[in-house]
Design a protein around this ligand. Structure first.
Ligand code: GDP
Length: 297
């Protein structure tokens, strides 16, 4: 499970704090040093850890203890609050146009991140909300990706629009939107090509789609197992292409979890959902408060 080691370390720090009736400034500093180490070991970005510890320290030292809490519990509460705020506080939904209009969602991500699977998962969620989604195979470099999308679309009972691998993605996207208008689909989800690494061609292709098609939401899929790389990918996609939110996959694995804590602070964009398995139903809305509770154990 994600965060296993971080949770264990934080619980140890807090056990020591809880047992103290009074806390000195030095006690708080020692505890926060341990929290800092635990976060760094969980692969949270250094910059984020530094800001986080500073924020907790400022609140913890010199603050009156709230009714009903002992000083140790007070520090734990502050850590909890700051974790929630680090992850963006509120749950962010994918912004959709009214049902009578077509919302265009562009999915992006590196190969293997889980983009095609997640695209089908999202289509299932939207269908369950009463929307009529159309999946679009814009990855023209890997014919296997088109087949994979078709298989997943079928499992979800969602139509897949494909034009093979001879057309360019912009033309496919335009034709798909036309098809959506004629057939009363109200969400068009573009599954774009993934590359092994962030490269200029990939960025250009996404930029071009955005220039020629009215994309309402650009969603980046990143793999939690890749830790700080996932955070760097989110930052560079946001700078070059512009994204609206991130989906963090493979949170069911034994990732140290740092990406979940760093993405919002580093890229400025919220996590929308987390992938919790290979099945098409394994996609959960991201709740910063629940995630913080899970981390604290
Ligand atoms: P793409 O290359 O980005 O389109 O990635 P795929 O959708 O083909 O996914 C790559 C692999 O990751 C597949 O084996 C998926 O089943 C797996 N995968 C995707 N999301 C998750 C997840 O949330 N948890 C787990 N355990 N596996 C996932």
């Amino acid at each position: 499970m994600a965060f296993e080691s971080l949770t264990e370390k934080l619980q140890n720090v807090f056990k020591n704090l809880r047992s103290k009736g009074r806390l000195t400034e030095a006690d708080v500093k020692v505890a926060l040093k341990e929290v800092k180490m635990a976060l760094l070991e969980a692969d949270v970005s250094f910059k984020v850890v530094k800001q986080f510890i500073k924020a907790v320290q400022e609140r913890a030292i010199g603050q009156d203890v709230m009714n009903g809490l002992n000083p140790g519990q007070m520090v734990i509460k502050i850590v909890n609050d700051e974790l929630v705020s680090l992850m963006g506080s509120e749950t962010t939904e994918i912004a959709l146009r009214p049902a009578g209009e077509i919302t265009v969602i562009m999915m992006a991500g590196l190969q293997g991140a889980g983009k095609t699977t997640t695209t089908a998962k999202i289509a299932g969620k939207l269908k369950a909300k009463g929307r009529k989604p159309l999946l679009v195979a814009c990855d023209v470099y890997r014919p296997a990706a088109i087949t994979q999308l078709q298989i997943n679309g079928e499992k979800q009972g969602v139509e897949v629009f494909a034009m093979g691998d001879k057309q360019n993605p912009v033309n496919i996207a335009k034709a798909a939107i036309e098809h959506a208008k004629n057939q009363n689909f109200n969400v068009v989800i573009l599954d774009t090509a993934g590359r092994l690494h962030v490269d200029e061609d990939m960025m250009q292709e996404l930029i071009q789609i955005k220039e020629e098609v009215q994309v309402d939401q650009t969603i980046l899929v990143v793999d939690a197992m890749t830790g700080q790389d996932a955070v760097n990918v989110a930052e560079s996609f946001n700078q070059k292409v512009g994204i609206d939110g991130v989906i963090l996959t493979k949170m069911d694995g034994d990732t140290r979890g740092g990406a979940a804590l760093s993405i919002k602070a580093i890229s400025g964009k919220p996590i929308l959902y987390v992938g919790m398995g290979e099945k098409l139903s394994d996609l959960e809305q991201f709740y910063p408060d629940r995630m913080a509770s899970r981390i604290l154990g």
